[in-house]
Ligand binder design. Structure first.
Ligand SMILES: Nc1ncnc2c1ncn2[C@@H]1O[C@H](COP(=O)(O)OP(=O)(O)OP(=O)(O)O)[C@@H](O)[C@H]1O
Length: 816
């Protein structure tokens, strides 16, 4: 019975004889013994529907050629081809007389006649007549009397309730309008919505019981009610889960490729999206088988991989190159392949040294692996070679649950670089897009006890595998919870989650392939995988195309211009303005743009000049400041020297004046020529408190600021005690800030002006503070120097007077 809404029946089906000699097409008739039986699926379906014709509409699946139909163009041993590359039948006849074995028997290379799983893989009700399967569409399980066995009886109602009853289908899909398995274009869906059905899909593949499980007489615990559902009988309690697509044990590699939706991922990668397909599940559940085909073929010496058994990866590669050919535009394909083994990243394409690589993070790239080998692949063969090389180098080991168990997580990444024209009418605008397609084959979760890995390196491997899967589970549960999703997601807790960060919570499109074994002995692990998978269904991502940020800006500006032009056109219409011809508008806009760019350039260059000017000025100011500091220091020292000299000279003057005061009578004859600092005759001993007898009060030499008028300094009152002039005024010893008016042009007569100052001067602005500081330093030194000169003069005068007096005294004594 068909339970998927996407699948409809085919009118005719081509059936290959069990011996595989030749494919034939037959018309409907009743089956008869071992005879090749043609089937009209319409009729078969009608049997179950009381011969009422059912029109289920066309679907992608309809267009797909029948499972047994010969494909002349079948590449590398298409599984739909009746014979494999070595001439042997690629697919055994699906007609059986009494027992039908699941796909695994054929896919693992054993013929149905010697299949060792006959013990438990029996039909619930063995038909007396041959049972016929028709692949590629609806398959009906028919008994000899044409009655269809009631599907409801299949599960749980038989005596033991655990027998495998094939549903007659290979897969069922969840009835959504835009699931991966449907015809809906992913690119359209992703652009318009963030529906996780479109961008984060989870599919389930249930493998058949394997030899070991069959011999162990394990029960088949899975049932497939349809519509992408699976029921698990966990020791009597039935649990239901629903996924986008559920592949039943009969599904072939081709079925999975065609109906999992992975082709949409390849299409999306070609359009610049980041896409990831990852397989997870218990060890031995068929992850590697699904991704690359049976692992034995890559790890057994002398075995050439059978193209019919190729997994999703090889089929995607082929589809990628086919699509590129169809699209016509050139694209650059590059591939890298790594594994995360014991929490270390190892390059599988550069395996000679088995160096551990570092996972880094950058704002633009997110998490990435440093120094990872990347191979440019011009042809499909190159990509295939990359895969095979990596698989050969991958860590595998044998344990109790799987002979060729992957002991690491592997990540194969294919990047697709393309140049596209976002605006069809703009020939000069090209943007580069980088699509990414990653295939992740996770190491299987395992019970250490069951895998017999309970010591040594095996134990370490198991622990690190389980630990990284636990972190992955944590990340998934955070991402599913709308509240936790806004907070911190623990991607950094393991290398694996760092590498999957973009696929899980970022801007990518992802397909999770959950793999389970239907054996009752593994039901706990199966339940865990299913819970994990159904949680992951709730993850939502927002796919975006990865582009160079500058190119992105250009494209968005161009889009804006386009909208503005449309608006302009609309407004013109509204205002009854004549509509401008498109070309003219374009030309005008281009001219405006060029003008704008020119102005912008000028502005920018003006700014640059200004910036340079300021930098030069800054440098000059710095140099000038350090000069000024040096000058200040030297004038301070000069002032100190002069001050000490001043002190000495004053002491000398006092001494001489004292000498003269001791003989006052003799000094009246002397002619005083001394003048004060203002050109007036100074007739008294400087600073002396003694007023010479018979003399008019002397003019005193006082220190006053340079440039001040004498009248401003009050003349000392005659006869009053005088302040000794040998004390320099306070403002000289301890300079006080002075008003600007004291500063005269001749004080600051320095032609060397700073650029800043010259700018200011040019602008008619003077900096009083700047000029004053410099001037005050000079004026204080000059003042002390002036005073000292005068004192020196005084000393000389006094000395001269004393000598004259001494001579006169000597002469008078002589005449006497
Ligand atoms: N759908 C299937 N049909 C037939 N055989 C299958 C299927 N799935 C898995 N097998 C077989 O089961 C065995 C284990 O599968 P596989 O190695 O892919 O499991 P796995 O999940 O990758 O395990 P591990 O995590 O240990 O690597 C292989 O021999 C494989 O060929």
């Amino acid at each position: 019975m068909i339970t998927t809404n996407n699948i409809s029946k085919t009118k005719t089906a081509k059936v290959v004889q069990q011996n595989g000699i030749s494919p034939k097409t037959h018309t409907t008739s009743k089956t008869n013994g071992q005879r090749l039986e043609p089937v009209d699926t319409q009729r078969s379906a009608n049997v179950s529907n009381s011969s009422k014709p059912v029109d289920r509409g066309g679907s992608e699946y309809d267009k797909r050629v029948s499972f047994f139909e010969e494909r002349p163009d079948a590449p590398y041993g298409d599984p739909t081809s009746p014979t494999s590359s070595n001439g042997a039948p690629a697919r055994p006849q699906r007609v059986s007389s009494e027992r039908v074995y699941p796909e695994t028997a054929r896919e693992t290379g054993s013929s149905s006649s010697d299949a060792p799983r006959q013990g438990s893989l029996t039909w619930r009700k063995a038909p007396s007549e041959p049972v016929l399967f028709v692949s590629g569409a609806e398959r009906t399980f028919m008994s000899a009397d044409d009655s269809v066995i009631d599907q409801r009886e299949r599960f749980g109602s038989s005596k033991n309730g655990f027998e495998y009853v094939p549903s007659g289908r290979k897969f069922t899909s969840k009835p959504t309008k835009s699931s991966f398995g449907s015809n809906t274009s992913l690119s359209t869906a992703t652009e318009s919505s963030d529906d996780s059905d479109d961008v984060f899909n989870v599919i389930l593949r249930v493998r058949p019981l394997n030899t070991q499980e069959t011999l162990r007489r394990d029960k088949f615990v899975a049932d497939f009610p349809g519509d992408g559902q699976v029921s698990i009988n966990n020791s009597g309690s039935i649990r239901n889960f629903q996924f986008n697509v559920v592949f039943e044990p009969d599904a072939t590699q081709e079925d999975v490729f065609e109906n999992s939706g992975i082709k949409k991922l390849v299409d999306a990668a070609l359009n610049g999206y980041t896409c990831t397909a990852f397989a997870f599940g218990q060890t031995g559940s068929g992850k590697t088988h699904t991704m690359t085909g049976p692992p034995a073929q890559f790890h057994t010496e002398g075995v050439t991989p059978d193209p019919a058994m190729y997994g999703l990866i090889q089929r995607c590669f082929k589809y990628l190159y086919q699509s590129m050919k169809k699209l016509g535009t050139p694209r650059v394909i590059k591939a890298s392949f790594l594994e995360v083994y014991n929490e270390q990243v190892i390059d599988l394409l550069n395996n000679s040294q088995r160096r551990y690589l570092t996972v880094r993070w950058s704002k633009n790239k997110g998490f990435y692996v440093e120094n990872l080998f990347t191979v440019q692949c011009e042809a499909l063969d190159d990509l295939m070679a990359v895969l095979e090389e990596g698989l050969r180098n991958r860590q595998t080991g044998s344990h109790g649950l799987n002979e060729f168990s992957s002991r690491s997580h592997s990540v194969l990444t294919v990047t697709v670089d393309s140049e596209t024209q976002p605006e069809p009418d703009d020939e000069n605008l090209y943007v580069t897009k980088r699509g990414k397609l990653s295939f992740v084959d996770l190491a299987g979760s395992e019970k250490v006890r069951d895998s017999n890995m309970n010591a040594g390196p095996g134990m370490t491997e198991s622990n690190s595998i389980n630990k990284s899967l636990l972190v992955l589970g944590n990340c998934i549960s955070h991402l599913c919870d709308p509240k936790k999703r806004q907070g911190h997601i623990p991607y950094r807790d393991s290398k694996l989650t760092k590498l999957l960060a973009d696929s899980l919570g970022g801007n990518g499109i992802s397909l999770m392939i959950a793999c389970i074994t239907p054996a009752s002995s593994n039901v706990t692990e199966t339940m865990n995988t299913l819970r994990y998978a159904s949680r992951a269904k709730k993850i939502k991502t927002k796919p975006t195309i990865k582009m160079d940020p500058r190119e992105k800006l250009i494209v968005s500006l161009k889009k804006e211009i386009k909208i503005l032009r449309q608006e302009n056109h609309y407004l013109r219409q509204q205002l009854d303005f004549p509509a401008k011809p498109r070309g003219q508008l374009q030309k005008e806009n281009d001219e405006k743009f060029q003008q704008f760019m020119k102005e912008q350039h000028q502005k920018e260059s003006g700014l640059y000049d200004m910036l340079q000017e300021y930098m030069v000025e800054n440098e000059n100011l710095r140099a000038e400041n350090s000069d000024m500091h040096a000058t200040k220091e030297s004038s301070r020292r000069e002032q100190q020297i002069l001050y000490r000299e001043n002190e000495k000279l004053l002491r000398r003057v006092e001494e001489l004046e004292r000498m003269m005061a001791e003989n006052p009578g003799t000094w009246t004859l002397l002619d005083h020529h001394r003048t004060d600092g203002y050109g007036q005759q100074d007739l008294s001993p400087r600073g002396s408190p003694v007023i010479l007898a018979g003399r008019s009060p002397p003019q005193r030499t006082t220190i006053r600021p340079a440039g001040s008028s004498p009248s401003k300094i009050p003349a000392p009152m005659f006869g009053q005690p005088q302040k000794p002039p040998h004390r320099l005024p306070d403002h000289v010893v301890r300079p006080a800030p002075r008003p600007v008016e004291y500063i005269e042009d001749n004080i600051y007569n320095n032609d060397r002006k700073s650029p800043r100052q010259s700018t200011l001067v040019k602008q008619g602005v003077t900096s009083p503070i700047f000029i004053e500081r410099r001037a005050s330093q000079t004026s204080h030194t000059d003042m002390i120097r002036d005073l000292n000169d005068k004192l020196r003069q005084d000393v000389m005068d006094l000395d001269g007077q004393i000598q004259t007096h001494a001579r006169m005294v000597t002469n008078s004594n002589h005449y006497r």
